[in-house]
Design a protein around this ligand. Structure first.
Ligand SMILES: [Zn+2]
Length: 223
C-alpha cells in the first residue's frame, strides 16, 4: 500500500513518515532527501537539479518526477512506500498518479496530519536547533539538559529567525492555500484520511498504523 503523508509545518510529518516506514517496513521516500542524494551522488538528474539550485531557482517538477521514477525502480517499493514532501500541488499529484499507473499501482492512502494552529505555533516558536550538529530541541516540550546547550555535542543552541509566531502564522496560511486543492483531489478519490496531530507523536503513529491495518484487512476481505 502506497501512502502519502501531508501536513502543515509543525505537524510532525517528517518524524511520522520515518517512524511509520520503520513500523510498516516500507521505504520512506522524502523528495527533499531524494534531491540531496541525487545531487551528492552526481547523477545526471542531480547535476541538472544542481544547475537550477546554483542559480537560486526552484528545481522543476519534471526533474523531481524523474527522480521518483528512478526511485520506484529500486527494489523494496513493491509492497508499498511512504511518500513525504510530495506532491505539493495538483499538477504534481496528477504526475504522480501517471507515474504509478505506468507501474500498475496507485496511492492507497493519503494521511493528512491535522494540527491546530495554536499547537503548531507553540511547537515551532519554541524550537531550538544546535548550531553544530543540527539536532532539534524545544524550550518546553523537549528541553536540553543544560539551557541552550546541545545534549549530543555541547554545541550552542539557537532559534531560527523565521521560527517566530508571526512568521509561522504566515507559513501556515501559505501552506493551507497550497494544500487545499490536494485535499479536494484526494478526498474526491476517497483515499484521504485526516488524523489529529495535536497529541503525542506515539499516539498519532498508532492511529495511522491502525488505519493502515484496517485498510489492508478490508482489501484482503474484498479479495
Ligand atoms: Zn549538537
Amino acid at each position: 500500500m502506497n501512502i502519502i503523508l501531508l501536513g502543515p509545518p509543525g505537524a510532525g510529518k517528517g518524524t511520522q513518515a520515518k517512524v511509520l516506514a520503520q513500523r510498516l517496513n516500507f521505504p520512506h521516500i522524502s523528495t527533499g532527501d531524494l534531491l540531496r542524494q541525487n545531487v551528492s551522488a552526481g547523477t545526471e538528474l542531480g547535476k541538472k537539479a544542481k544547475d537550477f539550485m546554483n542559480k537560486g531557482m526552484l528545481v522543476p517538477d519534471e526533474l523531481v518526477n524523474q527522480m521518483l521514477v528512478e526511485r520506484f525502480k529500486v527494489p523494496g517499493c513493491e509492497n508499498g512506500f511512504i511518500l513525504d514532501g510530495y506532491p505539493r500541488n495538483l499538477s504534481q499529484a496528477k504526475a504522480l498518479d501517471a507515474i504509478l499507473k505506468d507501474r500498475r499501482t496507485g496511492i492507497g492512502l493519503v494521511v493528512y496530519l491535522d494540527a491546530s494552529d495554536s499547537v503548531i505555533i507553540q511547537r515551532i516558536s519554541g524550537r531550538l536547533v544546535c548550531s553544530a550538529c543540527g539536532e532539534s530541541f524545544h524550550i518546553t516540550n523537549m528541553p536540553p539538559k543544560i539551557p541552550m546547550v546541545c545534549d549530543k555535542c555541547k554545541g550552542k543552541l539557537y532559534q531560527r529567525s523565521d521560527d517566530t509566531a508571526d512568521t509561522v502564522k504566515q507559513r501556515l496560511a501559505v501552506y493551507k492555500n497550497e494544500v487545499s486543492s490536494l485535499i479536494d483531489y484526494y478526498q474526491s478519490g476517497g483515499i484521504l484520511n485526516r488524523v489529529s496531530a495535536d497529541g503525542e507523536a506515539e499516539e498519532v503513529l498508532n492511529t495511522i498504523v491502525k488505519m493502515v491495518q484496517d485498510l489492508r484487512r478490508q482489501k484482503t476481505a474484498a479479495g
